[in-house]
Design a protein around this ligand. Structure first.
Ligand SMILES: Cc1ncc(COP(=O)(O)O)c(C=O)c1O
Length: 412
């Protein structure tokens, strides 16, 4: 099919829940994508932080083919060797605890919400405090938890038991606590709303607050986890260099993961810290597809490649290089550059006439402009675009992306 034919078939047969850009890709390799007409794009969105190893990574492709020819699915009526081994690997990176596997970020957060409710159930506590401008998924509980009105509109009433407090504001959390509060859920780096990292003081303060008030501290690492910031978890990176003695001992009580976890194969998961890791007992939660041998084999291959190819350290180095190059652009059309590792936000200036169009956000309009240069990025909030390249992106590709961005900015 040609691109035009694919677009027309979408229009005709697919529920239009997404504001899609007029592109359709048929092939990928590393950080490159090609459309049906053979046009090449540099992919700095990586499927919205999903394709951790880029496209068509040979080790991931080989692991998938091998597992597909061996055993794809058996259900959770039985024990699954690869699921147990993957859980052990994640647990060993965090020091104790257990994992539960599902299929997406929203589902991983659902598991955390159910954990919070189980945790507070006997005392009648069920409320989860989340941050303004957070994003936690598109299920009903996910949009109730998300601190952005736009995802809730038209789907009211929201699920009871979620309230939002300003991000990076410890006093606001403390003031919002009620007798019903069971947990606090935050992203280490807010992704969808424009790449806003939590401060070390905020993380450490939340840990104290949760300990003092018998609350669970939950972290949504769906976007910022899986080594994207240069460490397995963003809070490990955010607390680096902190002189506060509490930093070394910091651990949340639960973490949700997805996106990069299996490099593009749909997979979500949660890690739960002891003693809460036994709260969700037999019959309390589940997923037909969760932790299927195929997804676990993919995740295993991703962990192996990250370790073998030193991609955590590489993500940190490439992130620093990109930040440096982006800050040196010194364009009047850029208001700020923020980020950690390979999660970088470029915030556009307030008034750019070329980015004004009825009903369209400047971030989406600029993303479309960058496509003309052959660069794919992801909008975040109204005026920020995100660089979320594969963890194995090369320095030359980073430089190419900055040049394309500079060209896009100059065209405004
Ligand atoms: C922080 C965060 N949480 C949850 C989600 C939802 O994940 P999924 O789309 O896999 O349900 C996302 C997706 O962008 C996210 O960025």
């Amino acid at each position: 099919m040609t691109t035009a034919e694919i677009l027309a078939a979408h229009d005709r047969f697919v529920v239009p829940t997404y504001g899609r850009f007029p592109l359709a890709f048929v092939r990928g390799r590393g950080a490159r994508l090609w459309d049906a007409e053979g046009r090449e794009y540099l992919d700095f969105g990586a499927g919205i932080a999903v394709c951790a190893l880029g496209h068509a990574h040979p080790a991931l492709a080989e692991a998938l083919a091998r597992q597909a020819a061996t055993l794809i699915h058996v259900s959770n009526l039985y024990h699954v060797e690869l699921q147990a081994r993957l859980a052990e690997r994640i647990v060993s990176l965090l020091g104790g605890g257990r994992c539960f596997f599902c299929n997406s970020g929203a589902e991983a957060n659902e598991a955390l919400f159910k954990l919070a409710r189980k945790f507070g159930h006997r005392e009648g506590r069920y409320e989860v405090l989340t941050a303004v401008n957070s994003f936690h998924g598109r299920t009903l509980a996910g949009i109730s938890a998300t601190g952005q009105e736009k995802v809730k509109a038209g789907f009211e009433p929201m699920m009871e038991g979620f309230r939002h407090v300003p991000f990076n504001d410890l006093a606001a959390v403390e003031a919002a606590l009620s007798k019903k509060t069971a947990a606090i859920l935050i992203e280490g780096v807010q992704g969808e709303s424009g790449i806003h990292p939590a401060s070390a003081e905020y993380l450490l303060g939340l840990r104290d607050l949760c300990d003092r008030n018998h609350l669970l501290l939950l972290m949504d690492a769906v976007q910022d986890g899986m080594f994207r910031t240069g460490r397995f978890q963003s809070w490990q990176r955010l607390l680096e260099g902190s002189r506060d003695a509490r930093a070394a001992a910091f651990l949340p009580d639960g973490i949700s993961m997805a996106k990069g976890l299996a490099g593009g194969v749909p997979m979500g998961g949660v890690w739960i810290r002891p003693p809460h890791d036994l709260l969700l007992g037999p019959g309390s939660h589940g997923s037909t597809f969760g932790g299927t041998p195929l997804a676990c084999a993919a995740a295993w291959a991703v962990f192996e490649a990250i370790e073998r190819e030193g991609l955590a350290e590489h993500a940190r180095r490439m992130g620093a290089h990109l930040l440096d190059r982006l800050r040196n652009l010194a364009s009047p059309r850029v208001a700020a550059v923020r980020g950690l590792g390979l999660m970088i936000g470029i915030e556009l200036a307030q008034e750019i006439p070329a980015l004004h169009a009825e009903g369209k956000l400047p971030s989406a309009l600029f993303t479309a402009k960058l496509m003309e240069t052959g660069l794919l990025v992801v909008p975040a909030g109204a005026r920020t675009i995100r660089f979320l390249p594969p963890l194995n992106v090369t320095r030359a590709e980073c430089d190419e992306a900055v040049e394309k961005l500079a060209r896009g900015l100059a065209s405004l």
